[in-house]
Ligand binder design. Structure first.
Ligand code: HEC
Ligand SMILES: [Cu+2]
Length: 398
């Protein structure tokens, strides 16, 4: 690490070196560092865990060494000429201004180099773009600021869920003079529900967005693809090693752009099958729950969790919002008015504002719960509740 080299050591070392070479030495140190420094620096790309990612890496290394060789030759000739033909040695410049042979050579050599680079590049690019013959498809939709994963399969209950940032707010909310909690190991790179895929199977991702442009970036798969509203982009992966892999949204997509990490868990086929079956059962349970009866206390309790995950970023934990941009729900006319008005805002959002239409994002139970919570918290005392069935019917009516 950098700080382990104390400034004093460096200064006294430089003072000992004669003035003449000091600058050269400084530049060399900045450019190359010491081996100890380099060992701690991960400047290069990762090799990743797929054939495509390894080939991308080795293509990158091939090209970089070609560039290094060109750099050494060109700057070598330059520096040699500056030195060998300097004025103090009595060098006299040549007077010619055209040389066909030189021009043909310096056009032909770069041409050959470019062709030599294009051949391996095209080979790797074709592999990157090959999304044919996948055994399964997952639709990935970017939202401000979370990812939705939808397993496209026609058997059983649909598996579709959101993957939200799991780092507790205390770790990053340190802007308003609040004391921040210690940052965890996977700070801003952890989610509540990762994307899960089986090992050694070709999985195709279909990428799109529900609001602005996001980008799904998973360095270990060598995938970085834009998720664009109204478009469907494709990428594919054959992950070769079970494990947990972390990435991020790589497009500046708004205020909480740095808060939409990506976590993929690669599982052995049997573990994956068990996970998927459990997910389907849970989806079925949610569907069943819509017709179940809840009392107000149960809804308020469930609603608090939904609120913390989906609403708190703007309306704040205490319901005071951040006026004027994000209105307070405490004492709000909507949360203390007719329940139909609040159902309308939460289901359909408010066009042209940051208030999104949660009707397409949350289950009827979650929406009924969060609305009930808002009407009976932060000092609001409406004493009423929304039912999942009511929400479900409104969602269907749309
Ligand atoms: C990205 C920021 C953001 C998030 C997240 C958010 N809201 Fe809002 N919300 C707003 C904004 C902005 C408005 C005001 C819109 C306007 O100007 O009419 C608003 C308005 C509201 C209102 C109407 C308040 C009033 O008095 O006009 C309700 C109710 C509401 N939101 C509920 C929710 C619920 C429930 C959630 C979570 C499921 C949520 N909001 C998540 C930004 C957000
Ligand atoms: Cu994003």
């Amino acid at each position: 690490m950098l700080p382990s080299l104390s400034v004093n050591t460096i200064t006294s070392f430089f003072n000992a070196v004669s003035r003449r070479y000091r600058r050269i030495l400084l530049v060399l140190t900045l450019v190359f560092g010491s081996p100890a420094l380099l060992a701690d620096w991960a400047l290069n790309m990762r090799e990743g865990i797929t054939e495509v990612s390894r080939e991308t890496y080795s293509l990158h290394m091939t090209i970089i060494w070609i560039c290094v060789a060109i750099g050494v030759v060109v700057y070598g000739v330059l520096v040699y000429s500056l030195f060998a033909y300097r004025k103090s040695k009595g060098a006299v410049p040549a007077k010619f201004n055209h040389n066909t042979t030189a021009e043909i050579i310096w056009t032909f050599i770069p041409f050959v180099i470019l062709i030599a680079m294009a051949i391996p590049s095209t080979r790797v690019l074709m592999k990157i773009y090959d999304t044919e013959d996948a055994v399964m498809d997952i639709q990935i939709t970017g939202y401000q600021w979370r990812w939705q994963y939808k397993y496209l399969s026609d058997k059983g209950a649909p598996v579709v869920y959101f993957s939200n940032l799991a780092t507790p707010a205390e770790q990053y909310e340190n802007f308003a003079g609040k004391v921040s909690a210690e940052k965890g190991e996977n700070y801003l790179l952890e989610v509540d529900q990762p994307l899960v895929i089986p090992v050694n199977k070709k999985v195709r991702f279909l990428l799109t967005s529900a609001d602005v442009i996001h980008a799904w970036w998973m360095p270990d798969f060598a995938i970085k693809k834009d998720a664009i509203p109204g478009f469907m982009n494709q990428a594919a992966v054959i992950a070769e090693k079970p494990g947990i892999y972390r990435g991020q949204c790589a497009e500046l997509c708004g205020r909480m752009h740095g808060f939409m990490p990506i976590v993929v868990e690669v599982k052995e086929q049997a573990d994956y099958d068990a996970w998927f079956a459990a997910k389907q059962a849970a989806a079925q349970a949610v569907a069943d729950m819509t017709s179940k009866e809840f009392n107000r206390e149960q809804l308020v309790e469930m609603g608090q969790t939904v609120y913390t995950t989906y609403c708190m970023a703007c309306h704040q934990a205490n319901g005071q919002g951040l006026p004027p941009t994000f209105p307070a729900l405490a004492g709000s006319k909507v949360a203390n008015g007719p329940i139909e008005g609040q159902l309308d805002v939460v289901l359909h959002g408010r066009k042209g504002t940051a208030m999104a239409a949660f009707g397409t994002q949350l289950s009827p139970v979650d929406i009924a719960a969060v609305i009930t919570y808002e009407r009976n918290s932060f000092g609001n005392k409406m004493g009423d509740m929304a039912t999942p069935l009511q929400v479900y019917q409104l969602q269907q009516a749309k």
